[in-house]
Every structure is written in structure tokens, then in C-alpha cells.
Design a protein around this ligand. Structure first.
Ligand code: TMP
Length: 210
């Protein structure tokens, strides 16, 4: 089973990924937790380039191709082998982030993105995508607080430096995508407390692991 988590900055994905992992571990399932960008050694190098504020001159197309390079390596090295050995794979961001950030927000050609995805995905699609939806006014405050208290490195803050308008467009993009793919997506209100969000996630997971 392949589960992905999506959402804007400060939506709480990392905490909830751990929570979902523990949910399955308690059920004695084999779980693999991973993330994009940066789920492989090569990907971690790409992540540094992609998220560093020093990369402010990165063109939109170069940015897209680096995310796709990260994904291609990640699928081959980590995701596909884990799914083949029947593990539950939980991935913090996946292809929906590219559709939203690079196409819906940055304006790159969705057909091009779909074509490259078809070439690298080998038919893999998440069985479930949990969208942690939060107003970016709240999300950005949380994300910036994490940078200030050292929970997140300043060297990964290129997207946090984008405008509120940019992040509002990200939210709009994810919500539009969730409506288009309403069988795969479950939207959770991530403005609630961590415990409330976890309860919502438990209800979703209980429904799929009957
Ligand atoms: P995160 O791992 O802390 O969520 O940060 C990853 C950042 O990269 C986040 O701002 C969203 C962005 N991103 C894209 O723009 N496109 C992508 O395909 C992915 C996976 C992430």
C-alpha cells in the first residue's frame, strides 16, 4: 500500500507521517517512511539545491527537472522495491506537489509533467493521499516559528520565503486537485490541534485497513 501526505508549508506533515507509521507498526505491519525531495543519497543532494535560499536564481524549468530527477531516483531505489516486498510505504510529498507547485503555481506545462511522470512512475500511483489543508496565514506562522526555534534549518527555507499569495495559490491548487481525484484524496482540516488531526487520520486509516 502506498500512502502520500500533501499540504502547504506548516501543515504538520512530518508529525503526522510519524503518527501514521506508528498506527501501522502497532498493527504489526512492515512500514517504510520516506519523503520527497530527499529520499535517497542522491536525492538529499538535490534537496539541498532545491530548498536552499541560495538557489534563488534557479529557473522554474530547472527546479521542475530536479524534483523529477529526485522522484525518478527515489522510485527506482526506494519506493518500487519496498512496494514489491509488500511494505506499507508512507511518503511525505509525492507527484501531487509537482503538479501544484510547478504547474498550478509556477505555470509550467502540465502535459510535460504528465509525460515525464508516465516515463518514471512505472504505473505507480498512491492508494491514498491525505491532504493536510490549512490557511497559509496559519501554516506560514508555524513554519517560520520552526525555523526560528531550530526545528527546521534556515538552509531549507527557500519556499517559506515566497509570498503569502504564492502559498494561497498552493492551497487552492491542492484543493482543486483533491476534488479532481476525490477517490484517492482525503482532505483533513490541519488548522485543528495535532490530536484532533490524528483522530481524523485514524478514521481514514480504519476505513482502509478493515
Ligand atoms: P518539505 O519537505 O519540508 O515539505 O519541503 C519541500 C518543499 O519543496 C516544499 O516547499 C514544496 C516543494 N516541492 C515542490 O515544489 N515540488 C515537488 O515536487 C516537491 C516534492 C516539493
Amino acid at each position: 500500500m502506498f500512502i502520500t501526505l500533501e499540504g502547504g508549508e506548516g501543515s504538520g506533515k512530518s508529525v503526522q507521517v510519524e503518527f501514521i507509521k506508528n498506527f501501522f507498526l502497532e498493527k504489526k505491519k512492515e512500514v517504510l517512511v520516506t519523503k520527497e525531495p530527499g529520499g535517497t543519497d542522491i536525492g538529499r543532494k538535490l534537496r539541498k539545491i532545491l530548498l536552499s535560499p541560495e538557489s534563488k536564481n534557479l529557473s522554474h524549468m530547472a527546479e521542475l527537472l530536479l524534483y523529477l530527477a529526485d522522484r525518478s531516483q527515489h522510485l527506482k531505489e526506494v519506493i518500487i522495491p519496498a512496494l514489491k516486498s509488500n511494505k506499507i510505504v508512507i511518503c511525505d510529498r509525492f507527484f501531487d506537489s509537482t503538479v501544484v507547485y510547478q504547474s498550478f503555481v509556477r505555470g509550467l506545462d502540465l502535459n510535460l509533467i504528465n509525460t515525464i511522470h508516465n516515463a518514471i512512475l512505472e504505473g505507480i500511483e498512491p492508494d491514498l493521499t491525505i491532504l493536510l489543508d490549512v490557511d497559509p496565514k496559519i501554516g506560514l506562522l508555524r513554519a517560520k516559528a520552526q525555523i526560528q526555534n531550530g526545528q527546521r534549518s534556515v538552509s531549507e527555507s527557500r519556499f517559506e520565503d515566497e509570498t503569502l499569495k504564492f502559498h494561497q495559490k498552493v492551497r487552492e491548487g491542492f484543493l482543486a486537485l483533491s476534488k479532481k481525484n476525490d477517490k484517492r484524496f482525503k482532505v483533513v482540516d490541519a488548522s485543528k490541534t495535532i490530536e484532533e488531526v490524528q483522530n481524523d487520520i485514524i478514521s481514514i486509516l480504519k476505513n482502509i485497513v478493515k
